[in-house]
Design a protein around this ligand. Sequence first.
Ligand code: BDP
Length: 707
Amino acid sequence: EDGLNAWLRYARLPPDIAKQATVPLNIVALNTTETSPVYVAGQELQKGIKGILDRSLNITHEASEGSSVVVGTIAAFNNSGISIGTPELEQDGFWLSIKGDTVEIVGQNERGALYGAFEYLSMLAQANFTEVAYATNPSAAIRWINQWDNMDGTIERGYAGPSIFFKGNAPVSNVTRVAEYARLLASIRVNGIVINNVNANAQILSDANMAGIARIADAMRPWGVKVGISLNFASPQTFGGLNTFDPLDKSVIAWWTKITDKLYQHVPDLAGFLVKANSEGQPGPLTYGRTLSDGANLFAKAAKPHGGIVMFRAFVYDNQHLNERNWKDDRANAAVDFFRGLDEKFDDNVVVQVKYGPIDFQVREPPSPLFAHLKQTASAIELQVTQEYLGQQCHLVYLPPLWKTILDFDLRVDGEKSVIGTDILSGKRFNKKGLTGYAAVVNVGQNATWLGSHLAMSNLYGYGRLAWDPTVNEVEILEDWTRLTFGLDDTVRETITRMSMESWPAYENYTGNLGIQTLTDITGPHYGPNPQSMDNNAWGQWTRADAFSIGMDRTVKNGTGFAGQYPTEVAAVFEEIETTPDDLLLWFHHVPYTHVLKNGKTVIQHFYDAHYAGAETAATFPTQWAKLEGLIDKQRFDETAFRLTYQAGHAIVWRDSINQFYNSLSGIADAHDRVNNHPWRVEAESMTLRGYRVTSVNPFEVASGLR
Ligand code: BDP
């Protein structure tokens, strides 16, 4: 198996298990339009039941007496005269009832009905034949994907081959893969996707490209996935030929209105726009001294008559000027600083999309305090399935436990319970229901595995599950995903679950712990160790490490003041060393290497120990995986074994680089004397080298023998 079917394999159950299933004799899909999600649900049920149970069912489109699985909207059920006792369903929600050989799948809308069909198939595929009757509704209305695909077919931070959406500066003409992706997304209840990079190319707005977007939207619509696009703020000038892109200029407003109207002619249900403005060199309203809300509202007004929304990114900072500022300046402050005073200024179809942490998808960050400041404005969280700083899909890092540290966090806004997932992103806390939610940056490419790695797919699957219900347990997600992806064997499930649950803590241990961030090469690829690049860079990702001490003082009393951006109760916790949890200590405080942590170790000894422990865990992955030989198919076994072996080696590179670097900087020896001995490392010098030349390396600490 090459991974193309991901968790929708519908693999045949063993006959002794399959015979325990009570299966209806017919499928009734209450819609005859071939491009409708309900029609598609009928076909999916047919395909799934054939695959899983080897039974061939007919599909009809009219309700009939007798054994059947019926799928449709509430309205369609009512029209067919089937009485259903469904509780209140919300948008995209569904009711699933399995009783003997009668299955009812009722969606609040077409999309909900399709989700219900996938739910039923997921149960069958996991040999779960229990009778159920329940309704489920999404925690949030927005459950989107952001692809960072460029029109030339490359993908920003892409690690799985070229784009499935663009080729040769245009949307693709063959949309087979696009439709297959939409199917995967529908099965995890994702309802929208922005197909082009946030660093947007204005050419996407040409007539031919709009027709191409329509082709993509047509391919995804049967799966209930709406398409949106990223806009380049300067388009009126660079593409439209105006002499300005000032958001308050009449000609600019008229230009965007016309372009938006035209887009909606091509794609009547376009989900909306995503905008990155005034960040990392991108143009925006600040260029003309206008506010970010002036910028967002420009698009909101154009999209409003069409029912579109504007996802306006809070990732606003000026990397060109960070270095010129002083110590008090801290990139972590940027989002709240830039959005201060604007909360009441955004139109009601603007959603501010906030990265989970204040910096940038690091291995551990505290939650963005901006979530506590947006009370009048709807917000969405931006997560990253793309493992940009987290091993780029070459390392197994199961992300839901990381995301949960944010989703489960109670910001205590105005002294009241304000849990990010269940209260804020659900729209309940600030009365924004219907306009809040989730976006995940995803870099699927043409690679058959979608993400370049079979195991990385649990992150995409987990994203969908959490966006639907942020309280779902991360182990439960993994177990479901493993059964669907690799079958029902207990050893397979236990091994993959254990490795995955160990993977994020291990990665944090061998890359950057205690809240210091991922100590990667910050200036370029964001891959591999380079702790010295973490200071004196233009990106404001600093460790403030010197010979004696380390960490960013972000307190109000002595530091950058960032801790004060949180509501009072939370700010008080982070302001003091004593109350800051160890795992965020260096995020908030600058301390000597000899500072003693709550776990009784000094900071530097903890660094050493954690890096050895993390690499040791990674070293177990290939051996844990080896036990699965013969229990899963050979292709996926081999491909994964290769990646895990690589990870075990690269974890040693990480371990020794970081330890070497801080050892030489601090001059403090490792209590266990490992730093210069490099336990279980194979030295280049100890091998017979042919065709190599010994040379100095920068950064020195990644090299064997420093050369
Ligand atoms: C950074 C990425 C960069 C993105 C940027 C963003 O390195 O490629 O363009 O975020 O989110 O993490 O806009």
